[in-house]
Design a binder for this molecule. Sequence first.
Ligand code: ZN
Length: 411
Amino acid sequence: MQITQHQLDLVNDRIRALVEAGSFYGKKLKEAGITHIEKPEDFTKLPFSEKKDLRDAYPLGLMTAPEEEIVRIHSSSGTTGTPVIIPYTAKDVDDWGEMFKRCYEVAGITNKDRIQITPGYGLWTAGIGFQNGCEKLGAMAVPMGPGNTDKQLEMMQALKTTVLCSTSSYALLLAEEIEKRGIKENIHLKKGVIGSERWSDKMRQHIADSLGIELYDIYGLTEIYGPGIGINCEYNEGMHYWDDYLYLEVIDPKTGEPVPDGEMGEIVITTLVKEGAPLIRYRTHDLSRIIPGKCKCGRCYPRIGTIMGRTDDMMKIKGVNVFPNQIEEVLANFNEINSEYQIRISHLDGKDTMRIYVESTGDVDFASLSKRIAEKVKSKIGFTPIVKVVEVGVLPRSTKKTARVIDERFD
Ligand code: ZN
């Protein structure tokens, strides 16, 4: 989808601010000799920005507005090295809240709802993002933060919360606890807004059925405000995103060239009005596609498909590119297993091996089930994995993100 002239005018404004502030991207542009883009078709001449650039700018090298206008910072988790720090102006915080409010509205949530927020607060953008949007909407926030399942369930019952905001793993954990404790009649949830993790259709269906709620996927990343930049509507055909705040492209992750609408690739985001830390052509490493055409709901906002994984999740096993999502699709066809799984890749006797662990939901012959799953996986990806069926509850659950792919080849 080509950038519009109006969006381009906004980008040129941001470019001016970046060059004036002398921040990393401003310098990059100066070096490239590009400080203005005349025509929409020239937009792709702008260089990309990468997570590494953001790390190199640590601590405050991204700051593009004057310090007296910065009201807050957020930081992405630094599990893989230096964290990234994103400064926000009051307008950025407000814009983010507006986008988030729009997400809640698209999900049919109103100011009469009570929203239980279980993602973490603090340096993260998660909890506070859900909260800002909730307060802008005028709904009642129940700011729980993560963990403490007893307290979560107690508040959920006492306050009759109607909306659950969480990761998919935590929603699953809560659903299982509610069932186990036999307290389903006391739960008044109607909707779930689920963020920050990729999940399979099967897991989604399982959570929706066991809690009896409608689920919405919210999209976002710390570098670009946080969660709340897109959500699916009632037709559930991809996520609408807010093109008055952001311009999205999808590129081939290898060549960097844009791919036609509808084709899978890496999402690249440009912020149109962000002041504290504008980003131009930021490579998210999230894999998805632009969904062509207008949505049945009639909303004018464009759509992207479900996030299919990360460009860096792509596993190269026995020379074949494999995405976790391909395995999930196969597993979803087996009723004898639930939605939990774990993939372990190792290198033994000079050969790559892939082991897939799944949880059986009932009394089945583990050996024959393993064999049938292995055959189906082979027909999808071209080689035979080792499939291990385990009892329900054996695979790890977590309140945050569950690691489903473990590559032991480089340990
Ligand atoms: Zn729609």
